[in-house]
Design a protein. Structure first.
Length: 241
């Protein structure tokens, strides 16, 4: 599932993504000027629609069809304007709308993942050291492999505890796994399973509280910081009689 914001509502991206792979789907928020033709009313707030592929997109990729189908989901959360989602998951029974809406609001987890890699794993030393393309690829694969190994262990721990994986502290899991890796470098293979079990028991102590589902405070524009004092309204001086 590829979850994107409305600026990526582009048939040149979404259609090949779903067409050229197996069981690949997209979920994107629509723009105000997005136009489609309603083919069927699936459920209240859900429609099967057909969108036209622009002439410009077909000029860049002549394999694109003239039109493609998608499913529209309309919803509104408390304190938020009505939203409209567009997804290639056409089966409303297999993929309920409430689950898709909840999934869309998890899209910022990717940004947290970038921060975990840069801040926690690389200690803000994210500059590529290699001077050759093959070395750059090796570094990138190494970072991705290490990150996903930590995430895989966190997923297994979360499954044992019966909680979502994002409730396992990445920072503490990384520290404990890093310490174990150093020790396991000289350990016998037969001792590794016991240490992995002990590692999982230690990480279970760092289960985070559930995420807040709703904001407690309304959105507001922050005051821009300035080195100069702000002008404040002064009381009007009395006019002479």
């Amino acid at each position: 599932m590829c979850i994107t914001d409305r600026n990526f509502l582009n048939a040149g991206i979404l259609v090949p993504f779903a067409r050229d792979g197996r069981n690949r789907h997209s979920l994107v928020r629509t723009k105000k000027n997005t136009v489609w033709k309603v083919l069927a009313q699936l459920k209240p707030g859900e429609e099967l629609v057909e969108l036209e592929v622009s002439w410009y997109a077909r000029q860049k990729d002549d394999t694109l069809p003239m039109r493609y189908q998608a499913r529209v989901i309309r919803y509104q959360r408390r304190g938020i304007r009505p939203q409209v989602l567009l997804t290639s998951l056409l089966d409303a029974k297999t993929y309920p709308a409430d689950e898709i809406v909840a999934l869309y609001h998890e899209r910022w987890e990717m940004e947290l993942g970038y921060d975990e890699v840069k801040t926690d794993m690389l200690q803000r030393q994210e500059a590529i050291r290699s001077q050759r393309p093959e070395g750059v690829a090796q570094e990138m694969w190494g970072v991705g492999l290490a990150y996903n190994l930590v995430r895989l262990e966190m997923e297994r721990i979360a499954e044992e505890e019966g909680v979502p994986p994002n409730r396992i502290s990445f920072v503490m899991a990384l520290r404990l796994i890093r310490d174990e890796w150093i020790w396991l470098a000289g350990a016998s293979p037969g001792a590794i399973p016991a240490h992995l079990r002990r590692l999982r028991e230690e990480v279970k102590h760092f289960v985070l509280p559930p995420r807040r589902s709703e904001r407690n405070y309304p959105r507001a524009v922050k005051l821009k910081m300035s080195p100069y004092p702000r002008k404040r309204p002064r009381p009007a001086s009395p006019t002479p009689s």
